[in-house]
Design a binder for this molecule. Structure first.
Ligand SMILES: N[C@@H](CCC(=O)N[C@@H](CS)C(=O)NCC(=O)O)C(=O)O
Length: 211
């Protein structure tokens, strides 16, 4: 299996967590988004969208972290990352998509660069934008987690897609100094996840490119 990623990419971080939880090995191909490695002809021939992550596994070659998670779940089900019941799977996918669809796309590198370079937004306003979308997303997520289905993790006592999406987002929130006092459940779950090797080993600072 080959994973194309970048140590600070939230979407690649999701896939690293899933691989670790499932005990799967991959050859990691590190691209520097800052150096523009993802815009080279060589990489665009692999992934025309020019994003990371991208996974190759035998005949399967796909981008989009959520598609990759679904693929891993389907083909390597021994350590499940979705609950066994329909209601649980719906809840986990909804929680995961609250981050993956409604928070992360507003705050990723190309959006921040566009705000600054094309729209002339200053650093303070850009940081306000960043905090705003995380705070909005986390408010809703914290409310959703006030549910008896929440346990040590977002859903029960097993890690799922929801935790896999949450952890990179909370990593970014902390990196960009977004206040988290109003989100005690999110923080509790994130701290618990980070105490586990599968999550800890996937942290950006624990990747070779960060050394
Ligand atoms: N929806 C995509 C988002 C992927 C994405 O935005 N990747 C970022 C890094 S987290 C990227 O490659 N950015 C390149 C750029 O902004 O130019 C996924 O979940 O895989």
């Amino acid at each position: 299996m080959d994973l194309y990623g970048y140590f600070r990419s939230s979407a690649a971080y999701r896939v690293r967590i899933a691989l670790n939880l499932k005990g799967l090995e991959a050859t990691h191909h590190e691209l520097s988004l800052l150096a523009g490695d993802h815009k080279t002809d060589e990489y665009l021939a692999i992934n025309p969208q020019g994003f990371v992550p991208f996974l190759k596994d035998g005949d399967i070659a796909t981008g989009q972290s959520m598609a990759i998670l679904e693929y891993l779940e389907e083909i390597y089900p021994d350590v499940p990352l979705l609950p066994s019941d329909t209601a649980g799977r719906v809840r986990v996918r909804a929680l995961a998509n609250m981050i993956a669809c409604d928070v992360h796309p507003l705050n990723n590198l190309r959006v921040l660069k566009h705000l600054k370079r094309e729209l002339g937004v200053g650093d303070d306003a850009r940081d306000e934008w960043y905090h705003h979308w995380i705070t909005e997303g986390f408010k809703a997520l914290e409310a959703m987690l006030q549910d008896s289905a929440t346990g040590d993790f977002c859903h029960g006592d097993q890690p799922s897609f929801a935790d896999i999406c949450l952890l990179p987002q909370i990593y970014n929130a902390r990196r960009f100094k977004c206040p988290l006092d109003d989100f005690p459940t999110i923080v509790r779950i994130a701290d618990h996840c980070n105490s586990l090797p599968a999550f800890d080993d996937a942290l950006p600072e624990n990747q070779p490119a960060a050394q």
